[in-house]
Design a protein around this ligand. Structure first.
Ligand code: GDP
Length: 319
């Protein structure tokens, strides 16, 4: 009897990691391995080495990361660069040492230059200056892609990378200050509706444009890319440009987003803009032709996803 593949989902308590673990368990053709932070500190090299020596892992989804929205990135830059560099370096290096052949590294669309031409294609990486508010995080994620590519080139591993656009959905962080725009606004509009507040204030000018992908779509894309035949993957990528964008390819302004969220939540009052808060990158939308060529496209539309996210927010506030 052949043994089931042992798949380690690093970061299974996070929004993306938990969606990946759910999809893998639903599929039911592998043993899914997870560890909480108190069981395994991924920033500690010795612990990570012992874990891989004992667990005989076949595949890794590297979804563990220190993440946050524009204010958190701007306020805690040291934590963002240190934690992410440590987590990914420990996992990638110790996975290679233990003979793990397949790994999928999850990055972010903020790896691209602040003024990259839009939509952003994979080959705009390292062609310009990064957005200041999250540069330390972006540098760590770029290092993660380069770690994968370097181990592939020198050691013949099959370590792949996907760069998601802004994600949202089940398991998001709904903190009003430290979260990303969708969970932050779901909370603020909900609280305003409940307290009959006189207005809701949106950070920045409302003019920046963003693209959003529901997390279950992201998890599905991750499994798709991990499972691609190696020849198909290599034919559609290059050894030193191996990452794949994951998104919808469609964007909207923060103002337009706010209006849809207000509608989904049922808030009918006025919306104001606080232009003393940072806007971040003016526009961020992915060129997803590489992913489309590889046979995957997003399925969950923004309004449908926001309704699912609001339901998740309501559940999480009741817990
Ligand atoms: P970014 O894509 O890295 O800039 O991440 P965010 O999701 O944190 O922010 C996206 C855009 O939404 C930025 O232009 C923010 O200024 C704007 N924004 C408006 N209101 C909020 C809010 O309540 N929370 C956050 N995080 N961003 C907001």
């Amino acid at each position: 009897m052949s043994r089931l593949d042992r798949i380690f989902v690093a970061g299974h308590r996070g929004m993306v990691g938990s969606a990946i673990a759910r999809k893998l368990r639903d599929r039911g053709d592998a043993t899914v391995i997870t560890r909480t932070r108190s069981e395994l500190d991924l920033a500690d090299q010795a612990q990570v080495r012992t874990f891989f020596a004992n667990e005989k892992i076949d595949q890794i989804y590297l979804a563990a990361a220190h993440v946050g929205g524009i204010m958190a990135n701007n306020t805690y830059p040291a934590e963002f660069i240190y934690q992410n560099l440590m987590i990914q370096t420990n996992i990638i290096h110790e996975a290679w040492r233990a003979g793990v052949e397949k790994l999928l590294f999850l990055g972010s669309s903020c790896i691209y230059p602040r003024l990259a031409s839009q939509p952003m294609a994979e080959d705009s990486l390292l062609t310009g200056v990064l957005e200041q508010t999250n540069e330390p995080y972006a540098i760590a994620k770029i290092a993660g892609i380069k770690l994968c590519e370097s181990y592939n080139r020198q050691y013949g591993t099959d370590y792949r990378s996907v760069m998601p656009t802004n994600l949202y959905g089940t398991g998001d962080n709904y903190d009003a200050e430290k979260s990303h725009v969708i969970p932050g606004l779901l909370r603020r509009f909900h609280d305003a509706k409940e307290s009959a507040a006189s207005e809701v204030v949106i950070w920045g000018t409302g003019k920046p444009m963003r693209e959003f992908l529901y997390v279950d779509d992201m998890a599905e894309a991750c499994l798709h890319v991990m499972d691609l035949n190696i020849d198909t993957y290599r034919k559609n990528t290059q050894p030193m440009l191996s990452h794949i964008n994951v998104g919808t390819g469609e964007d909207l302004t923060i103002r337009e987003l706010a209006i849809i969220i207000a509608d989904v939540v049922g808030y009918r009052g006025p919306i104001a803009f606080d232009s003393t808060k940072p806007d971040g990158t003016p526009r961020k939308v992915m060129d997803v032709s590489r992913l489309h060529n590889l046979g995957w496209r997003a399925r969950i539309g923004l309004r449908e996803g926001l309704a699912l996210a609001y339901a998740d927010f309501l559940t999480s506030t009741r817990r």
